[in-house]
Design a protein around this ligand. Sequence first.
Ligand code: PBG
Length: 330
Amino acid sequence: MYPLRRNRRLRTNGAIRSLVRETILTPNDFLVPLFVVEGQGVKDEIPSMPNYFRYSLDLLEKEVKELWKLGLKSVLLFVKVPDHLKDNKGTEALNPNGLMQRAIKTVKNACPDMLVMTDVALDPYSVYGHDGIVENGQIINDDTAEFLAEMSLSHAKAGANFVAPSDMMDGRILTIREALEDEGFTDTGIMSYSAKYASAFYGPFRDALDSAPVDVVDIPKDKKTYQMDYGNRFEALRETEMDIDEGADIVMVKPGLSYLDILRDIKNEVDLPVAVYQVSGEYAMIKAAAEKGWLDHDQIIMETTTAFKRAGADMIASYFAKDVVKLLND
Ligand code: PBG
């Protein structure tokens, strides 16, 4: 073939490279995770997530308006629940005037067309830091799934467009879908964290929400009985197919960078939109290396987020969403 075929011809200058580029990011590719806290005028930097913040509702409003101006049209809400409101069953999650419910309304008032997705899981509300109800040292499945359906309904009533169950209980997509249908929320979507691995990359997120599993005797100190084993590939497909059968509208792979193979597998097998989550530990790693001057922050965030899209992601939840979009606009 050589020299008739010289692959470098298509790389000779920026114009030809942009002409033949297969994967191009746009603001439409991103979901923006947002952390919400009680209070007034609070913009609290998360120590293990430099330049990422928890916002009180007043500043959340400002932030979402800024996101909207940048062309970011979807947010994924997480709340940090005060300790005194935590219990084993996540009771506070159903409070119609709880922080999540008020956050949903705040975003909708500030930006009516912003797509609001809400995290559905017990951990920020749980005294044990688990995604489900704990009984006799076990995270019990079916009662948790029923509870998550109630929680989803409460978010839908507050105005959420999508609920995003991140808990990995079996059967919860079905209980949630049925509850939403029964109450007439037929247009409320479900983005299922369908292939979610038990990962050490969630550490900074658990700092952000003070939601790590507690270190107490007879309580599991990790989430390995519900989140997936990172050695497994085919299990991710099983999980995803089941969630689709139960009524998921969007499925997800999480974390991101260490699971690009899983993302590609799932994209090849299913015909629903597939999301990926570039999680807190991935953010922290990049920030730390960039702070040391060992990696180029902006180049790394463009390369990693493009990699997700190339691997098959239809949307990317990322703490870098705003940075990436600013770079795209430059
Ligand atoms: C809670 C939840 C977690 C994340 C999203 N929802 C943490 C966990 O499962 O322990 C992680 C997100 C991140 O690390 O950025 N169910």
